[in-house]
Design a protein around this ligand. Sequence first.
Ligand SMILES: [Zn+2]
Length: 428
Amino acid sequence: MREFERSQFLPRQQLEELSFSRLQTVLKYAYANVAFYRNAFDARGLKPSHVQTMSDLKAFPILEKEHIQNHIDELVSREFAKSELLLDRTGGSTGAPIEYYYSKQRYHSRKAATWRHNGFVDWRIGDKAAVLWGASRDLPEPKLKQKLRNLILDRTLFFNTAGFQPQAIVQFNDQLKKFRPKVVLAYANSLALFAKYLQAERIQPYSPKAIITSAETLTPENRRLIEATFGAPVFNRYGSREFSVIASECPKRDGLHVMSEGLFVEIMKDGRHVEKGETGELIITDLLNFAMPLIRYRIGDAASWASGDCSCGRGLPRLSGIAGRTTDFLVGADGRLCSGAVLTVAMVAQRPSLGQVQLEQNERGRIICRIAPKSGVKMFPEDRQFLIDQVRQYLGDGTAIEFDIVSRIEHETSGKYRFSKSTVKDLF
Ligand SMILES: [Zn+2]
């Protein structure tokens, strides 16, 4: 963390060189130790030494989610035993679940990266924070060690946005006023909904020093709504389960600084790297996970590069205009609400054997669960039951579920895949 705190203020060119030389190291390492890359590079007649400039990278293959789904064993370095690694899974922004491994060392560097970026808004270890988060696996387990850790270090008040109900909103608002956190970290859409409810009911909100939104696309309207309601500046963050924090806004809020010491970010369009200001697909390489290197991974989000240097003095490159995950809120028969982002984790991430899943809602209390199974994979009755159980856990027992099995799930006109879509108005 000390290293990251220092390096963020290096000149931009020096950070670019650092990132690029780490990329070359990962390529060399993967070619020597990871069967998947050895085969993929050999099949194209490529050698890591061919990469001398950014442009040389274009010849190297893109890592798709399906590659990870189908070749996880060949993606683990021969230098690591799976038993010593951490396994994680994601529903991902595309609704296609993957599992992946990372080393304990990477676990620590990810934590350090997160705290470095928390420091952008002066959120330091030990400061009080409130977290509105939906993915229950991210919430601390009620173990003694965890409780102690939270008491001493994290000092965090959690609010699970799964099963979002008016009564719970009022309660959490009261808790916030008592707990007085410095920072609120939240799913962008959940906090916007929270704000809307407080405004509609004329309830006095709590005002923290700073608000960080993440996990979902922050629209300009939602940023305005949240800032006006809570009377605090909103800082956008872009992260993912595969990489942890990818980029976040500093106090200047002029683009999101990339965690470039740990991630090599490319933006591609039509097989080339984009110009400044031009939007393209994000392709990300993890520079610090040698256990299972993700090289040129298509994360499924789009962005552009911000131009010029940031006046905060950080040399870290900046992303702007991130078009990431978009999910709608779904509403159960009894009126409880759940963010689509929460259900992605609850439903898809737990069942990597499913292909893509999409939830659609056109009337209260009724959900259409659309599934495009992976080719050759049969949907078993227990998969169906699992999905029904998950939906009912988050949206209540009275919620009706219909299945719609299709060969593929269409993308939106924007090109983005939407995990949940709803035409239901008046959520409260
Ligand atoms: Zn800055």
